[in-house]
Ligand binder design. Structure first.
Ligand code: FAD
Length: 384
């Protein structure tokens, strides 16, 4: 009897593990190999920015080790295995000198953090937190410190600011924009979140950037573009993510902002699929959990023999700033219309209305955040 060529999945983040979970509901037999550059521990990435609030360190956030996941899912998992290339003609994955043959290949290898090039000698005290191993290193480095400077006031920077304040740390946030989460929130909602974070003790330095980081004793001195100087024990960089496309491009797989796939999650190479933070699905790069779960459900069916297209519903994003509960459903990029804002202090309800009066998006903070589910029903799904 010849052995069946496996389905190979690269990545054991939420995308990889969600896909296998969905696939095993439909097919318990086909061999699956998962390879990952990291330790293969299963965890929920969104929880990384709630560690102090929920009183959990890296061990507390870990859900299962790869051995337990392999047994539970009936798959082989190879941790500490970095993919270095793909031979799409031979249907082979390259890991240095090693080759793994695949019947179908799924790229679920996530996004890289963007690293700013800063002057100064304290680069090694600048932490990016994009996985559990990063989080472990960050918590270890923070053990002695009390002051954290965060670069970036996007969703992740703001969530870490709130969480670190809840942990009793001094927090400075530095960002070039004039308001928080500019790509997600209209100004009124951003202002409400900022005011509540400030009330909690977060100090914002907006409209400027970090130019230099110098070691000062066991800490860091930051010099900002506006000439200001700040002291911190360590720096968190939360300036954005970039889908991992390099190896796909080298293999001739079409890529734009992400690895380009159609709604069936098919790349331009035969039998190669992509989902999650690395994928550009039907022109959209959405670095969130709801889209990857929808993709995992659709792709599991395809891999089990029924070609299925993903259909995105309405996808609100919850911002985990408990000092100012916030939910947002951004309108489509090219949507015509304007924000209509109702505000009572930190309670903001902003609706993005089309010229016909339809609600195309919303942002709600404070007590209005309770209305997120009702409002989500008014907003049309991404895929109609
Ligand atoms: P990843 O989790 O990054 O997994 C990538 C996998 O690929 C890893 O196993 C990695 O080791 C492996 N890999 C990479 N390169 C290689 C290689 N060359 N060879 C082998 N393996 C490789 N989204 C929400 O919807 N709501 C939230 O509240 C939310 N909060 C967040 C908070 C934080 C702090 C962060 C960082 C993100 C948050 N997100 C949130 C985003 C969400 O967590 C991500 O969209 C999601 O976890 C991405 O999962 P993924 O599996 O696609 O990628």
């Amino acid at each position: 009897m010849t052995e069946q060529t496996p389905i190979v999945i690269v990545g054991t983040g939420l995308s990889g593990y969600s896909l296998v979970r969905e696939f095993r509901k439909l097919d318990k037999e086909t061999p699956v190999i998962m390879v990952t550059a990291d330790d293969g521990v299963s965890y929920s990435k969104p929880m990384l920015s709630t560690g102090f609030t929920k009183d959990k360190d890296a061990d507390g956030l870990a859900q299962a080790n790869p051995e337990a996941m392999a047994e539970q899912l009936g798959v082989e998992i190879r941790p500490w295995s970095t993919v270095t290339g793909i031979d799409t003609d031979a249907h082979e994955l390259k890991l240095g000198d090693q080759r793994i043959r695949y019947a179908k290949l799924v790229l679920a290898w996530g996004a890289d953090v963007i690293r700013l090039s800063l002057d100064g000698n304290a680069q090694d005290r600048v932490h990016s937190i994009n996985d559990l191993m990063d989080y472990r290193a960050f918590r270890k480095a923070l053990a002695e410190g009390k002051r954290v400077a965060i670069m970036g006031a996007g969703l992740i920077g703001c969530e870490f600011a709130n969480d670190l304040r809840n942990g009793g740390y001094e927090v400075d946030v530095i960002a070039p924009d004039s308001s928080l989460m500019p790509s997600l929130l209209p100004e009124a909602a951003a202002g409400a979140v900022q005011a509540e974070l400030e009330r909690l003790g977060v100090r914002f330095h907006l409209g400027t950037v970090v130019e230099r980081v110098e070691k000062q004793g066991s800490g860091v001195e930051l010099t900002l573009g506006n000439g200001e100087q700040l002291q911190a024990d360590l720096v968190v960089s939360a300036v954005g993510l970039r889908p991992r496309t390099e190896l796909a491009r080298e293999a001739g797989i079409r890529s734009g902002r992400g690895i380009q796939v159609n709604r069936a999650l098919e790349t331009s190479a035969p039998d190669v699929f992509a989902l999650g933070d690395c994928a550009e699905v039907d022109g959209r790069v959405l670095l969130y959990v709801l889209p990857l779960m929808a993709c995992a459900r659709a792709l599991a069916k395809t891999l089990a023999g029924t070609r299925t297209e993903v259909s995105y519903g309405t996808m609100p994003v919850m911002v985990k700033t408990p000092c100012c509960p916030t939910a947002v459903c951004p309108p489509p990029m090219d949507a015509e219309g304007e924000w209509q804002v109702e505000q009572d202090g930190a309670d903001v309800k902003a609706l993005f209305r089309s010229p016909d009066g339809d609600t195309l998006g919303f942002a709600v903070t404070g007590r209005f955040a309770l209305e997120k589910q009702t409002l989500a029903k008014e907003v049309p799904p991404i895929h109609r």
